[in-house]
Design a protein around this ligand. Structure first.
Ligand code: MN
Ligand code: MN
Ligand code: ZN
Length: 285
């Protein structure tokens, strides 16, 4: 078994194409990026040169796929008209940027209901996707709903909630899913041992369908099972432990799914190199 394609989230400081160089330097087979500054609403337009440089760097690198993650400011479940409109427009720009760059997947956090209740929040997310899909008719891009830890009023911490969004969206067949190992554990899915791991994937397959799974975020968790708190830790150093990652690296059903680290790191990316070495060391064990 050669194992799945592995990588890490990479900075786009200095230009989107720079993320490819950083990924190569660390030894990634795949990377995740933000396609604009993740804590600002405004995005500077992409020039043809930006797009060409990125595509050329990507093609030469062998890194594939490049996955994008949306800005943390966007809330497609917002109950307030102004912020909801702003979020939809910003997410539309993110979708357009991904499409222009030839990026196949845009991972997103479904949204926060902000005290208005789970069902109302899920309905607004689906209505937001109806709004977005009307405006992006022939896009190749697939938006991936990320499983969340369920912190605060965040939605997406139960597989049933992702299923509800898919069902309530008119073009729900266009949606995929990204599973985050830290988030599902914090949400109460115990993937730290083989029994819980098997149960979780069985549930995932029956509620969402394994064919919808297009990416996995590999993060250990600083917080306990069902804590509903989202704090990433290095692989094998948190409450999840190495066994969860050994099971993932050797799961035949998941060999085609890109798996990406979102763990803390310094300027030299030494932690990414170490985490990738640990993961690769688990293949075949
Ligand atoms: Mn995320
Ligand atoms: Mn994640
Ligand atoms: Zn997280």
């Amino acid at each position: 078994m050669t194992g799945p394609r592995l990588g890490a989230h990479m900075s786009i400081a200095g230009g989107i194409h720079k993320a490819i160089d950083r990924g190569l330097d660390v030894g990634c087979d795949t990377i995740q990026i933000f396609n604009k500054s993740n804590n600002q609403w405004h995005a500077k337009g992409l020039s043809d040169e930006d797009i060409d440089r990125f595509k050329k760097a990507k093609d030469e690198s062998g890194i594939d796929p490049v996955v994008c993650h949306d800005s943390y400011l966007i809330n497609l479940a917002s109950p307030e008209e102004g912020p909801l409109k702003k979020s939809r427009e910003a997410f539309l720009v993110e979708m357009q940027r991904c499409e222009a760059l030839g990026i196949p997947f845009l991972v997103m956090h479904p949204g926060s209901h902000l005290g208005t209740g789970v069902d109302a929040g899920l309905e607004r997310i689906a209505a937001s996707f109806d709004w977005l899909y009307e405006r992006t008719e022939n896009f190749k891009l697939t938006v991936l709903l990320e499983t969340t830890a369920g912190q605060g009023t965040n939605l997406g911490f139960k597989f049933e909630q992702l299923r509800a969004i898919i069902d309530q969206t008119k073009e729900g067949e266009r949606l995929g899913v990204c599973l985050d190992t830290c988030h599902v554990f914090a949400a109460g899915y115990d993937i730290s041992n083989s029994d819980g791991y098997d149960r979780t994937w069985k549930e995932f397959d029956s509620i969402i369908g394994l064919d919808r799974l297009k990416a996995i975020h590999l993060n250990d968790s600083k917080k306990d099972l069902a804590s509903r708190v989202d704090r990433h830790n290095h692989i094998g150093k948190g409450k999840l432990g190495l066994e969860a990652f050994r099971l993932l690296m050797n799961d035949e059903r998941l060999q085609h799914v890109p798996m990406i680290l979102e763990t803390p790191k310094g300027d030299d990316y030494a932690e990414d190199k170490e985490n990738l070495a640990i993961l690769r060391g688990l293949i075949g064990l």
